[in-house]
Write a protein that binds this ligand. Structure first.
Ligand code: DP6
Length: 359
């Protein structure tokens, strides 16, 4: 694949060193990626909003490696983190055929998140995309070929995907799709693409994340995806996801918030229903997750205001609404939903501008 632009290993007599730093955001899926096949390819196309506040900042220092024993040192928020380091080493090992030079370098990687670790918010999308962007940037410095910025970003999405599927979508701003879909021109299972054909009201969408529980997830995403291999509803789900994608895109083009909300909520409920009927079965919602969902539905019924929810593979509730109702939403959330949050935690986020290179 030409966009991968795989370089020859470096000549050993040349010294390379430097430091790069990127911040990359998390994203919230509207159509969920749930189910995958080797290697990190999705069973259905997904689409998400890239967020603005929930970000990972990653700094990578690199220099020629002088011995086999040194390769990667990793610290998270100032502390050495062996578990993350092991995941990063495994990741770098898995991508060295795309970046042959990484074996010749030693890396010191420092990372930090904008959101509290106690929030139970998953960080693989922001952290893996921030790292992939740093690596693509280093490659540009040591092989200064005049490659188009779009191609570099595509490679960053491809490499992010190999770290965590949903991370492929975090390298672009706004609305982003990953997975081959007949409804999205240029879409691919290998990398994500930005999707621009949407009504302007979606450019200013809010996503307030109500932290219902900060406990660690009881099933990792990878183990969760694997449950789909034996789920008897899997094929029906993939057909549903395709139909949902078609309807969601139509609703986003025309600004039909009612259909948008119906599909987004159906996706969240389907994701959790699939987990509940998997073998083994998981219940990732907490009682307050359901209480919050009911309150959102009641409020919508009473007021007719376009306020919706979605869920990740966990108990926290993402509250989605357009900027035009921000005032009403803030007062509803504060009065009715915040009392149900863990330690009153809420992360007020919105659709964001995508990753940023830091100085
Ligand atoms: C429910 O991207 O975390 O958030 O590829 O195994 O790292 P891996 O999984 P991950 O799965 C995300 C699942 C989801 C839905 C989504 O973001 O599309």
């Amino acid at each position: 694949m030409s966009y991968l632009n795989i370089q020859e290993p470096l000549s050993t007599n040349h010294e390379h060193y430097g430091v790069v730093s990127w911040q990359s955001p998390s994203n919230i899926a509207l159509i969920k990626y749930w189910g995958k096949r080797p290697i990190q390819l999705p069973e259905n196309a997904s689409i998400s909003f890239t967020l603005s506040e929930a970000i990972t900042k990653t700094k990578v220092k690199y220099r020629n490696r002088s011995s086999l024993s040194e390769w990667v040192q990793f610290s998270f928020e100032g502390k050495k983190e062996e578990t993350f380091a092991a995941r990063i080493i495994k990741y770098l090992d898995s991508i060295k055929s795309y970046l042959p030079w990484i074996e010749q370098m030693a890396f010191e990687i420092e990372s930090e998140n904008s959101f509290p670790h106690s929030s139970g918010i998953a960080s693989s999308a922001s952290s893996m995309s921030a790292l992939a962007l740093c690596l693509c940037d280093i490659e540009q410095t040591i092989y200064p070929t005049q490659i188009d910025a779009d191609i570099i970003r595509k490679k960053a999405s491809y490499l992010s995907r190999l770290g965590s599927g949903s991370a492929a979508r975090s390298v672009y701003p706004g609305l982003v799709a990953w997975g081959a879909s007949s409804h999205i021109k240029g879409s691919s299972d290998e990398f994500a693409i930005p999707v621009s054909s949407q009504h302007s009201l979606f450019n200013e969408f809010h996503d307030d994340v109500l932290i219902v529980s900060a406990a660690q997830k009881s099933v990792s995403s990878s183990a969760g995806h694997a449950l789909m291999d034996t789920n008897i509803f899997a094929n029906t789900r993939y057909t549903q996801a395709d139909r949902h994608m078609e309807l969601l895109l139509q609703s986003m083009q025309t600004g039909d918030l009612e259909t948008f909300g119906k599909i987004v909520e159906d996706e969240a409920m389907t994701l959790h229903a699939l987990m509940m009927c998997s073998n083994p079965s998981y219940i990732l919602m907490e009682p307050n997750t359901i209480a919050v969902i009911k309150l959102i539905r009641n409020y919508r019924k009473e007021t007719n205001l376009p306020i919706f929810f979605t869920l990740d593979a966990g108990p926290n509730v993402h509250i989605l609404y357009p900027d035009s109702i921000a005032q009403e939403a803030a007062s509803f959330i504060e009065k009715q939903l915040l009392p149900l949050a863990h330690n009153g935690q809420i992360i007020k986020d919105r659709v964001g501008p995508g990753p940023i290179k830091l100085n």
